[in-house]
Write a protein that binds this ligand. Structure first.
Ligand code: THU
Length: 162
């Protein structure tokens, strides 16, 4: 029999965004505003992300779609790549994400996709400190992990490259 390892991960829940710390409420408000700017003619599914840096600055992004579908990009990566490009020396403290369909309203928290988890994990590795991830649907309930790695156990990283 192969040896089994159990991997534990912690996800925290707030029944409502109003129960989150005030700086997170403020960050999520920015994510909601960013969500409204999403360009989604194909999916009608709007996602907003807001990133808080160590210096207090907030960077936002939304999903940007394309007629050549794979050329589009998720909100989280739009925001984090812009952050990496504009503020390469600033540590990222947290990211707030909100997502909802325009036809179907998402009431439950919508977690980031696998590709975005991988992208956020890269910046955790780079800055050597955890990034808290908060995610919500259209409004209401919020889920949170204290580190991206709680959403991506056994993450691939640069340690395997060299
Ligand atoms: N999307 C995001 O922006 N973030 C995610 O984590 C999941 C999916 C976008 C991509 C596409 O524009 C739409 O949502 C439907 O997949």
């Amino acid at each position: 029999m192969p040896k089994e390892s159990i991997i534990r991960t912690s996800v925290f829940e707030y029944n409502d965004i109003k129960a989150c710390p005030s700086d997170i409420q403020q960050l999520m408000d920015k994510a909601v505003i960013a969500r409204e700017k999403a360009y989604t003619p194909y999916s009608q599914f709007k996602v907003g992300a807001a990133i808080r840096l160590e210096n207090g600055k907030i960077v936002t992004g939304s999903n940007q779609e394309n007629a050549s579908y794979p050329s589009g990009l998720c909100a989280e990566r739009t925001a984090i790549f812009y952050t990496g490009a504009q503020y390469p020396d600033q540590k990222i403290k947290s990211i707030a994400i909100t997502a909802t369909g325009t036809d179907k309203e998402n009431t439950e928290p919508v977690p980031p996709c696998g590709a975005c988890r991988q992208a956020i994990a890269e910046y955790e590795q780079k800055q050597k400190s955890p990034i808290a991830v908060y995610f919500m649907g259209k409004s209401g309930q919020v889920k949170m992990v204290k580190s991206l790695l709680s959403l991506l156990p056994l993450a691939f990283s640069e340690q395997y490259l060299k």
